[in-house]
Design a protein around this ligand. Structure first.
Ligand code: ATP
Ligand code: MG
Length: 137
C-alpha cells in the first residue's frame, strides 16, 4: 500500500468540480486518507514548486496556484502514485487520454485541475509539506 499527494487546483475548485474529481480517485480504488481546503500563500506556492523555479512558467504557475482555494489531499492505495497519475492524465489536456481528469476538466497546460506526486520521495516530501501525521487517518 502506497500514499501519494494530490492538489485539486483553483481552476477546478472555482468551477465546483471538487466532488467529480474526488469520485475519479475513489472509482480508481484510491482512498482519501486526509483532505483540507486551503488558500495557499505565495510563500507556500513558491516553496512547493521550488523545483520549477528556473522554468519560464514559474511566475505564472505561482500566481495561478494562489488565485483561489485548493484542496490538498493524501490518497492511499495499491500503486497510488502511478494510479493517481493515470487518473489525472497527461500534463497538457490535449495529450490526455479519454476519461482522465485533465481530459475532462483541464482548461490548459497551466490550468490543469490537479497535481499529483511523481515519485515516492516527492510524495513523502509533499505530504509533509501540508499535513502532520495525526491528520492522516
Ligand atoms: P503536477 O506536478 O502539477 O502534477 P505534472 O507533473 O504533470 O503536473 P510538471 O512538469 O511537474 O507537470 O509541471 C508542474 C505544473 O506546472 C503543471 O501541472 C502545470 O500546471 C504547470 N506547467 C507545466 N508546464 C507548463 C507550461 N508549459 N506552461 C504553463 N504551465 C505549465
Ligand atoms: Mg510534477
Amino acid at each position: 500500500i502506497q500514499r501519494t499527494f494530490s492538489i485539486i487546483k483553483p481552476d477546478a475548485t472555482k468551477r465546483n468540480l471538487t466532488g467529480k474529481i474526488i469520485s475519479k480517485f475513489e472509482d480508481a480504488g484510491l482512498r482519501i486518507v486526509a483532505s483540507k481546503r486551503i488558500q495557499m500563500t505565495r510563500e507556500q506556492a513558491e516553496g512547493f514548486y521550488a523545483v520549477h523555479k528556473e522554468r519560464p512558467f514559474f511566475g505564472e504557475l505561482v500566481d495561478f496556484m494562489i488565485s483561489g482555494p485548493v484542496v490538498v489531499q493524501v490518497l492511499e492505495g495499491e500503486d497510488a502514485i502511478a494510479k493517481n497519475r493515470e487518473v489525472m492524465g497527461a500534463t497538457n489536456p490535449e495529450n490526455a487520454d479519454a476519461g482522465t481528469i485533465r481530459k475532462e476538466f483541464a482548461l490548459s497546460v497551466g490550468e490543469n485541475s490537479v497535481h499529483g506526486s511523481d515519485a515516492p520521495e516527492t510524495a513523502a516530501e509533499e505530504i509533509k509539506f501540508f499535513f502532520s501525521d495525526d491528520e492522516i487517518v
